[in-house]
Design a binder for this molecule. Structure first.
Ligand code: SAM
Length: 314
């Protein structure tokens, strides 16, 4: 939240780059699959005519409420849905929309989610160890931390947090939870800090643990690659997909899915063994990812890890 008003805040990353890459048709149907507080969406809507349409999706009810208010005065038609964007085909079906002109995904969490202690996303604020984007979902971070077997917990921290000390942290968590359930962000962050120590100038020692739990709680990576490939038939020819990611695991999935759609080999086996489809269904609009320039990074440190990739359907 902003200190001077009750409005939640989030600075949209690569806003101009994303929106100008996405839009090709002022009368088109566009989907913002991670609308958040509606920063990118408001820019998209501002470029659409009264015949244009914006479908805004977020799995977080409070984000969607803010986005709905922000987009209320738009000229184009706006439909908002609390949904996982991976269910976009269902949403389009419900609306009777057969084709879209563009899809934007700005993955990960929003600053307003991180800043809200009750949501439990951040080790910087004391709150319940929750981390659910969709609060109707059952499993929280506390459930995972207090119930997963030690090896599964260690694998999760290694896989989703790229945490090299995953086994040590998992062992400490299991020892601690045998004494008392770990309930809060502060308890977990203090435990990790105690185990790993904190070197000045380095990232907080709990950063990777929190990232891993958040990804696991929200199943952020599961099905992402398949979704990107399966949504292609819903794009019109010339339609575009623009995806902004914030960590290497996510970016790798996007890069591979786009490369497969562009007919590139991603298995790197000899030609006679390669089973990649090698059918060029899209043009890569970004052979290298677009990243924020020094000005944007200085103004919005959260943008530092952003990578934007885009394709156009042939
Ligand atoms: C980085 S923020 C988006 C910010 C937005 N582009 C803006 O300019 O305000 C990411 C948003 O995506 C949502 N989100 C993440 N994964 C999602 C998913 N699989 N389905 C729907 N929403 C998702 C989060 O709840 C969060 O609100």
């Amino acid at each position: 939240m902003n200190g001077t008003s009750a409005q939640p805040e989030h600075v949209s990353v690569l806003a101009t780059e994303a929106v100008t890459t996405l839009l090709t048709h002022p009368d088109g149907v566009y989907v913002d699959g991670t609308v958040g507080l509606g920063g990118h969406a408001a820019l998209i809507a501002a470029h659409l005519s009264v015949r244009g349409r914006l479908i805004a999706i977020d799995r977080d009810e409070s984000a969607l409420t803010s986005a709905r208010q922000r987009l209320a005065g738009s000229d184009c038609r706006v439909d908002c849905f609390r949904e996982n964007f991976k269910n976009l085909p269902l949403v389009l079906n419900r609306l009777g929309v057969s084709h879209i002109h563009g899809l934007l995904l700005d993955l990960g969490v929003s600053s307003f989610q991180l800043a809200e202690p009750q949501r439990g996303f951040s080790f910087q604020h004391e709150g319940p160890l929750d981390m659910r984007m969709d609060r109707q979902q059952k499993t929280t971070a506390a459930d995972l931390v207090n119930s997963l077997p030690e090896t599964e917990l260690a694998d999760l921290l290694y896989r989703f947090g790229e945490e090299r000390r995953s086994r040590t942290i998992a062992r400490a968590i299991v020892r601690q939870r045998a004494r008392k359930r770990i309930q809060t962000t502060a308890e977990l962050s203090a435990l990790v800090r105690e185990i790993l120590g904190h070197r000045p100038g380095k990232i907080h020692p709990a950063t990777r643990t929190f990232q891993a739990l958040r990804i696991a709680v929200n199943d952020e990576l599961g099905g992402l690659g398949d979704f990107i490939e399966n949504i292609l038939p819903s794009l019109v020819s010339g339609g575009r997909m623009v995806i902004i990611s914030f960590h290497s695991l996510e970016d790798r999935i996007v890069k591979r899915a786009f490369a497969r759609l562009a007919g590139r080999c991603i298995c790197h086996k000899p030609v006679e063994l390669c089973e990649c489809p090698r059918r060029e269904q899209v043009h890569l609009l970004t052979t290298r990812p677009i990243t924020p320039g020094p000005k944007e990074q200085a103004a919005n440190p959260r943008s530092r890890s952003a990578k934007m990739r885009a394709v156009e359907k042939r």
